[in-house]
Design a protein around this ligand. Structure first.
Ligand code: FAD
Length: 179
């Protein structure tokens, strides 16, 4: 579940299944919630309460969703990282002042507008770390690609995932594997 998200519930309703994140209007946020938690919630709201609402529903328990459903937090994340790393992979080797300003502006807006609001809040906070150490590094492709890898690793750590070896970012996202 996105870190920093608060799970709350309407007093008149059963507790929401674990992992369901609410939007700022108090309604469940689909792009902040995994598909397994979302399905557990819809199952619960249809009155089928065979599984405990406090037990996270694993993907293996949940029916396969249609492939043309709105994205959950994971599908949205995978597609977005593909876009972001591809932007780094096609960034100029040496960026002009204008290109650096354009990418800086994009990242600023992106971090405000990303459709999973808890993800966006954490990403903004990471970029704005008081030390200044996480500010986008935009002088050229190598340092921007490395910075993007570190940004992704920050989220990987938060979610308890394995860190990616940033020495390999170009093989993963630009040149293809050497083997
Ligand atoms: P992903 O993490 O989506 O990675 C896709 C592929 O990128 C991997 O298969 C791997 O080949 C490669 N990769 C992995 N790490 C790196 C790296 N460091 N550098 C280069 N390549 C790499 N989800 C939440 O639940 N909570 C959050 O708070 C949250 N915040 C997010 C913030 C942002 C800005 C974005 C874009 C996504 C966020 N997500 C969040 C989604 C999350 O990061 C994953 O995309 C999602 O969990 C799916 O993960 P995955 O294991 O399929 O692979």
């Amino acid at each position: 579940m996105p870190a920093g998200a608060t799970q709350s519930q309407d007093d008149s309703q059963a507790p929401l299944p674990k992992g369901v994140v609410l939007d700022k209007d108090g309604k469940p946020c689909r792009t902040c919630t995994s598909v397994s938690s979302w399905l557990a919630m819809t199952k619960q709201s249809k009155g089928n309460t065979t599984s405990s609402s406090s037990t996270p529903t694993t993907t293996s328990q949940a029916p396969s969703p249609r492939p043309d459903c709105p994205p959950d937090v994971e599908a949205l994340g995978r597609s977005t990282w593909t876009l972001l790393h591809s932007m780094a992979a096609t960034y100029p080797e040496t960026a002009s002042t204008q290109q650096q300003a354009d990418m800086g502006g994009f990242l600023k807006l992106f971090s405000k507008l990303y459709p999973c609001w808890v993800c966006a809040d954490d990403f903004q906070a990471w970029m704005a770390h008081p030390s200044g150490q996480n500010k986008p590094k935009l002088k050229g492709r190598k340092e921007f690609g490395w910075w993007m890898c570190e940004a992704h690793n920050e989220v990987n750590r938060k979610l308890g995932k394995k860190e990616f070896d940033c020495r390999l970012w170009e093989e993963r996202w630009r040149t293809g594997w050497k083997d």
